[in-house]
Ligand binder design. Structure first.
Ligand code: DC
Length: 208
């Protein structure tokens, strides 16, 4: 059983993915962490994000069991990951692990940008989670405030829009809703409401 959640930054898909996985007793993979881990490894070594050979070597050497590093959550690592994720060879190097993870029993929830379109095109359930850029910027801004990070809401909105453009505009596995994915707009929903809607959608598909 594979549940694919795709969507732009700060749409709520990560939190949703964890809650859905806990609800069904499934494994959960935040695939953005894979791209973030490659990015952090480049940054830690003082290498450029466009250094294709280094990025590919680091992606191939990645230990996906070590994605707990809190630095992976850093804003600059997220932004950098969006750049590194444009490299087709990096995406290819991370594909096999994601597909093997998706096949885990009794089921798996994967969230990312290209799960329903590229990683698991035959997923049992495909949900495209989105919200307006303004709503997503507000969430990110509040998150940063809670962590004591300095930023204005306007800055966060500009970054969100630039990230959307980069993730949707790349040639390889761009962020887009699969034709057979269900749209879940969380603009007006808090996480509990979004979870209830998602479980309702999943129930319609898999009967539980
Ligand atoms: O979901 P996130 O913010 O952690 O992802 C960071 C970046 O990684 C995102 O801007 C694009 C890239 N990414 C991707 O290209 N494909 C995925 N399946 C997941 C993330």
């Amino acid at each position: 059983m594979i549940i694919a959640l795709d969507g732009p930054a700060a749409s709520g898909k990560g939190t949703l993915g964890k809650r859905i996985a806990a609800h069904y007793g499934f494994h959960c993979l935040d695939t953005g962490l894979l791209y973030r881990a490659v990015t952090l490894a480049l940054l830690d070594r003082g290498l450029r994000l466009h250094d294709m050979w280094a990025a590919v070597a680091l992606a191939r050497a990645l230990d996906p069991n070590r994605l707990e590093d809190l630095d992976l959550r850093r804003a600059d690592v997220g932004e950098g990951a969006s750049v590194v994720a444009k490299i087709p060879e990096v995406r290819a190097a991370l594909l096999e692990y994601q597909r093997a993870f998706a096949a885990r029993s009794p089921g798996a929830v994967l969230d990312g940008r290209d799960i329903a379109t590229v990683v698991c095109p035959t997923a049992d359930v495909k949900i495209f989670v989105t919200a307006t850029p303004e709503a997503r910027a507000k969430r990110r801004f509040l998150e940063y405030q809670a962590r004591g990070l300095e930023a204005t809401e306007a800055d966060v909105l500009a970054l969100i829009k630039a990230r959307d453009a980069r993730d949707s505009g790349r040639a390889n596995a761009p962020l887009r809703k699969a034709d057979d994915a269900i749209l879940l707009d969380t603009t007006e929903l808090d996480i509990d409401a979004a979870f209830d809607v998602a479980v309702g959608l999943i129930k319609r598909k898999i009967g539980r």
